[in-house]
Design a protein around this ligand. Structure first.
Ligand SMILES: [Zn+2]
Length: 159
């Protein structure tokens, strides 16, 4: 019996680790990585051969598009969430115009809005800064101040 002809309940040898532990499993609630994001937890039902020994998942054929669409959606939501959290905290705490943040972050004017509309995706390093400021606004500002000249009103908050 091969992976392609498997039916629910069948157990097949895993091509990756050779253990007799490959079964059709629902991958919902499992965590996957996509590019620079880890721990994206699948939130839809997708059944594919998965190994109970090594954890390898074999996603092929008809489910592949559904799987990659779901991961892409989770990836974009994760990235957008960093921007939303950053803006929520900075709007509340610092009252600095958005273009000044963009300048401080070293991105072009309007970039934060484009991120919000998912026209762009923040790089890993930008996402780290956004999340650092959102989680610990003063600590995040201090981190920014290591490489950027802060506007006076923000610098005063670090004194
Ligand atoms: Zn295996």
């Amino acid at each position: 019996m091969s992976m392609r002809t498997m039916k629910p309940g069948d157990v097949v040898r895993c091509p990756s680790c050779r253990a007799n532990a490959l079964k059709l499993r629902n991958l919902k609630e499992r965590a996957f990585s996509l590019r620079d994001e880890d721990e994206l937890v699948l939130d839809v039902d997708i059944t594919a051969p998965a190994c109970g020994a090594c954890g390898e998942v074999f996603i092929k054929g008809a489910v592949q598009k559904k799987f990659s669409d779901a991961l892409e959606r989770l990836y974009l939501a994760r990235k957008r969430e960093a921007v939303v959290a950053f803006l929520a905290v900075t709007d509340e705490r610092f009252h600095l115009p958005r273009h000044q943040w963009e300048s401080l972050l070293g991105v072009s004017p309007g970039y934060l809005s484009r991120l919000l509309r998912e026209r762009r995706v923040p790089s890993t390093s930008l996402e780290v800064v956004l999340r650092a400021v959102a989680r610990d606004p003063i600590g995040g500002l201090r981190m920014l101040s290591y490489t950027r000249k802060l506007p006076k009103e923000l610098e005063a908050m670090l004194a």
